[in-house]
Design a protein around this ligand. Structure first.
Ligand code: GLY
Ligand code: MN
Ligand code: MN
Length: 437
């Protein structure tokens, strides 16, 4: 859990960086309809959640550095016993102050009346355009109203700044409690991967294995951080496969990319293993290449190295391995330079991880790859994908899709892998899958 104190600290930090004369407007995510009278499960907007910890929809946080009557305002739904009987409890404006530390809180229905007045006294507006298009229109409308009042002496803010620059840089560096939460999410993801390995048998369906993953997530009061990818054989070669309907066949590999979300923080873990519990010689040969590439990439996760170092290490090992197995032909150095490996490895080796699976934060600064610093969390996820019919590639390699993905924290003196509890060496996987068979 992220404490109230930490949310306060975040707001104080943002307020300090914004400076006087400015205002930040951060809306909650809207509720999204799924079908008639049914809504998708509510997921707070990550920026809003990061700043407030307030989990309700129909809310807007406003920060005004130096405001005499309080710097943090929260617009939210009012208490309404009748509505709460249908849709659940609400904090109300009193709860917003008492439980969520707002300096002042107002009913969301009054925002049209109140916000233009707040904007009027500011020069600079921090707001992220494009995330919630309906809300963008409100913001533009409020500014327009002030401009229209120019003749009666109103002055509209003249500077619009994207809030992302400040907020997303804060989110890139994880605090001690964020790290604790992320470790917890990865731990449950690993438990789910182990359970999937133990449950897997030829003849079962991909969705049955997905059910095992969800069982572990929900038992820990977590949910999938993204739709589970459970792809047997050729489906393992589809990077974002989520159909999960096929029967698992003896002799195929199964690729599972599944992460749990805990308190709005994601884990993102991939394991690939044989459906029948034993790797065939070609599967094993390719698997060892991906595993070695992943180990080489993880070794590069060190403070002071740049963002691209793990990727560069992975493609070196992958390319050399593919040449050794006769799948790529030529000199490794040339094949790396002309990116020949991309036919079998078409994605990058990772991404930032945090409240969003593909988390926020710039990958380049001033045109150069970003330098890794303690507190950053990234995934390391090399793979090889050889679909059926791959021309010029011997048949024994077809329908092999392999990815191995872990969640890695940059520490003061190296790194910490959060997702260590899911087996990934050939011997560990075969040992776990060999139990009780
Ligand atoms: N699960 C999505 C990814 O690995 O990027
Ligand atoms: Mn990933
Ligand atoms: Mn993944």
């Amino acid at each position: 859990m992220i404490s109230r104190k930490e949310f306060m600290r975040r707001r104080r930090q943002l307020i300090r960086m914004m400076g006087r004369g400015s205002i930040a407007i951060i809306p909650a995510a809207p509720v999204r309809p799924r079908n008639r009278d049914v809504e998708y499960p509510y997921r707070p907007d990550s920026d809003f959640q990061y700043m407030t910890g307030f989990g309700e929809p129909e809310a807007v946080a406003v920060l005004i550095p130096g405001r005499d009557h309080g710097e943090y305002l929260l617009f939210c739904r009012e208490r309404d016993p009748k509505m709460e009987t249908w849709t659940g409890r609400r904090a109300g404006t009193q709860g917003a102050v008492e439980l969520y530390d707002a300096d002042d809180a107002f009913p969301i229905g009054d925002i049209d009346e109140i916000l233009p007045g707040l904007l009027e006294s500011c020069d600079r507006v921090f707001y992220t355009m494009g995330s919630h298009p309906d809300f963008d229109r409100h913001v533009l409308d409020w500014v327009k109203r002030i401009r229209e009042g120019a003749r009666s002496g109103l002055r509209a803010p003249d500077e619009f700044v994207s809030l992302e620059h400040l907020l997303h840089d804060m989110r890139l560096y994880k605090s001690r409690s964020e790290i604790r939460v992320m470790r917890g999410a990865a731990k449950v993801a690993c438990r789910a991967h182990r359970r999937a390995m133990q449950a897997c048998r030829p003849g079962r369906h991909e969705f049955e294995i997905e059910a095992e993953l969800l069982h572990e997530f929900r038992h820990a009061n977590m949910q999938p951080a993204y739709p589970c990818i459970v792809g047997g054989g050729e489906n393992g070669c589809i990077l974002h496969y989520t159909d999960n309907r096929a029967v698992l066949r003896d002799g195929d590999l199964l690729l599972i990319d599944a992460g749990a979300e805990y308190d709005c923080y994601a884990s993102d873990v991939t394991r690939t293993f044989p459906v029948n519990g034993r790797f065939s010689p070609p599967q094993r040969a390719l698997y060892e290449v991906v595993l070695a590439a992943q180990a080489a990439a993880i070794r590069q996760v060190q403070p002071g190295n740049d963002w691209n170092a793990p990727h560069a290490a992975a493609i070196k090992v992958l390319t050399r391995g593919l040449v050794k197995l006769g799948i790529l032909k030529g000199r490794s150095a040339d094949l790396i330079r002309n990116e020949a490996y991309r036919r079998f490895y078409m994605h990058r080796t990772g991404h930032w991880l945090g409240m969003d699976v593909h988390d926020v934060g710039d990958y380049k600064v001033g045109g150069e790859w970003r330098v890794l610093e303690p507190g950053m969390v990234l995934t390391v996820e090399p793979g090889i994908y050889i679909p059926e019919g791959s021309r010029g590639v011997a048949k024994k390699w077809w329908n092999i899709g392999i990815r191995i993905e872990d969640d890695v924290l940059v520490t003061n003196d190296g790194h910490e892998v959060f997702s260590v509890d899911a087996p990934k060496s050939v011997s560990e996987i075969e040992a776990l899958m060999g139990e009780n068979r």
